[in-house]
Design a protein around this ligand. Structure first.
Ligand code: NAI
Length: 335
């Protein structure tokens, strides 16, 4: 049986890493009917829509996307297509497994890091509701709702139970944002009470950041509102080798879009040195979602084999290979 998947190559390093991930998925032997949907600054300028209709139509058809990063202009320009896509398809859960890769030397190689980040994906300060009250005075609305907070908390606890995880830590700043983060926290507590078998605790985001750096092995599942989830994801990626190696999924009731934590990396775009690991591992998460567990395991094992051998690695993780060489090695490791 073949699966229909929307492939969004994005821009910057996106086409390089998504091309590599597509080759690796095809090499597992799984039959994927790829439907390519271009989404990049040129298309956005041409169509005049920050979320062009053809992308939505394709994802509505397939229900599944493998998405590379898309650049968002800083301090002006159009609104983030990534945020728009997550809201439009109600992809409310951003799930990011952060794990030590055996063989990959990092500052934290001597500890085993194995945590999963559950970031609320549709609201908080990403509501995009900003307003210049008077010249030089701007407000930005942080929106927290019971519905979205309960939904992400339930998703995290459900995942913990079905994956044999033991601990959930809710991360907040409710000492300062007593109403907004207070509501988020109340919702997390309600869900936690229904699952007494899971060890639940709460940490203020500044302390959580320090704890992540000094004792990352203590964390299992992290449950966060959107902004803290975004920042803590990059921090956590830094513990296991950087943005080049951490995958992710955006999950909703009817759609799932798999994408790496990293962005379009304009500083290395077009140089052929981007690390496609994060995209490949996102693709492995997609294969699990498609119930192609054997293919997912094959891809995951092939990537790990390359790291264990410490050969064919890209410069961000201490090697000197290019995207192509790494990808060829992963594919060869599957045979
Ligand atoms: P970034 O993640 O693109 O890059 C940060 C640093 O990590 C850079 O030094 C980059 O070279 C390195 N890096 C990232 N991915 C890598 C990879 N696969 N291999 C090797 N090195 C890698 O973050 P930055 O520079 O803050 O953002 C660039 C653009 O990406 C912005 O327009 C931002 O809005 C967008 N972005 C898009 C996302 C998405 O489409 N989901 C997510 C995050 C950022």
């Amino acid at each position: 049986m073949s699966h229909k998947v929307t492939l969004i190559p994005g821009d910057g390093i996106g086409p390089e890493v998504s091309g590599a991930a597509r080759r690796a998925v095809d090499a597992t032997g799984v039959k994927i009917d790829w439907e390519t949907a271009e989404l990049n600054p040129e298309i956005i300028a041409k169509t005049g829509q920050s979320l062009p209709q053809h992308v939505i139509e394709s994802l509505e058809r397939t229900g599944i996307g493998l998405k590379a990063p898309v650049t968002t202009p800083v301090a002006g320009g159009y609104t983030s297509v990534n945020v728009a896509l997550r809201k439009r398809l109600d992809l409310y859960a951003n799930v990011r497994p952060v794990r030590s890769i055996p063989g990959l030397v990092t500052r934290f190689s001597d500890v085993k890091i194995d945590m999963v980040i559950f970031r609320e994906n549709t609201e908080d300060l990403y509501s995009g509701l900003e307003h210049e009250v008077i010249p030089d005075v701007v407000t930005s609305l942080k929106v927290i709702t019971r519905a979205a907070s309960v939904r992400i908390a339930e998703t995290a606890f459900r995942y913990a139970i079905s994956n044999g995880r033991k601990k959930v830590a809710a991360i907040h700043k409710a000492n300062i944002m007593k109403l907004a983060d207070g509501l988020f926290l109340r919702c997390c507590r309600e869900i936690a009470q229904r699952h007494p078998e899971i060890d639940y605790r709460e940490l203020i985001v500044d302390n959580a950041s320090m704890q992540l750096v000094i004792r990352p092995e203590q964390f299992d599942i992290l449950l966060l509102p959107n902004l803290y989830g975004d920042i803590v994801s990059d921090l956590a990626a830094g513990l296991v080798g950087g943005l080049g190696v951490v995958p992710g999924a955006n999950l909703g009731e009817n759609h799932a879009v798999f994408e790496a934590v990293h962005g379009s990396a304009p500083d290395i775009a077009g140089k052929g040195i981007a690390n496609p690991t994060a995209m490949m591992l996102s693709a492995a998460m997609m294969l699990v979602h498609l119930r192609e567990q054997a293919a997912a395991d094959l891809l995951q094992a092939a990537v790990e084999k390359i790291y264990s051998a410490k050969l064919h690695l890209t410069p961000d993780v201490g090697g000197s290979a290019g995207t192509q060489e790494f990808t060829d090695a992963v594919i060869a490791a599957m045979c």
